[in-house]
Design a protein around this ligand. Structure first.
Ligand SMILES: [Zn+2]
Ligand SMILES: [Zn+2]
Length: 182
């Protein structure tokens, strides 16, 4: 059983935007696998109102305490993340590939990501793909063009399953959008 590095109470496994993470009910902190953090950050599952509520209820500016990794118990490394008007200090254990986020930090990261062009492009693309559903001929032509693009690791549909949101932004998002807008 993993313990909260701040409160020393057992962490509980919860579902966060479709991903299993460990959570402390006392300080509202989350322990997240580093490979999952980017995906959660880019996920569109939680409405902004929920994220804002989560951030304002759970985020506390507190003195920076050094904490130990809940898995290997070595001191975690502070990683500053600059957001507009505020700097978050995430705690990283490289050896375990785990990252600790204090209460509200996960919500703040997602809210920040939603202000980026990459996020808006992704939402725009999803919207346009949904509109294509009623036009099978155009949809087939679009899928045909997308499949010919370089660096496409798979069919476009794969980009829309929730845990592949990251793939979409890294691939030729702008090119895909241009194809759709013809
Ligand atoms: Zn705690
Ligand atoms: Zn560790």
């Amino acid at each position: 059983m993993r313990m909260c590095p701040h409160c020393n109470v057992p962490l509980t496994e919860v579902d966060y935007s479709g991903f299993k993470v460990l959570y402390c009910g006392d300080c509202k902190g989350h322990l997240v696998d580093i490979t999952r953090l980017e995906t959660i950050k880019r996920s569109a599952r939680k409405p902004p109102t929920d994220l804002k509520a989560e951030a304002s209820e759970e985020y506390r500016t507190e003195p920076l305490a050094q904490i130990r990794c809940p898995k290997c118990h070595l001191t975690m490394e502070k990683r500053p993340i600059r957001l507009p008007g505020l700097t978050l200090h995430l705690d990283l254990c490289k050896a375990c590939a785990l990252i600790w986020l204090d209460g509200g930090e996960l919500a703040l990261l997602q809210l920040d990501y939603r202000t980026t062009p990459a996020y808006r492009d992704t939402q725009d693309l999803k919207q346009r793909m949904a509109e294509l559903e009623s036009d099978t001929k155009r949809k087939a032509a679009f899928e045909h063009d997308v499949a010919k693009l370089p660096n496409m690791p798979g069919p476009i549909e794969e980009a829309f399953s929730n845990d592949r949101d990251d793939w979409l932004t890294e691939s030729s998002l702008e090119t895909i959008l241009r194809l759709l807008m013809r």
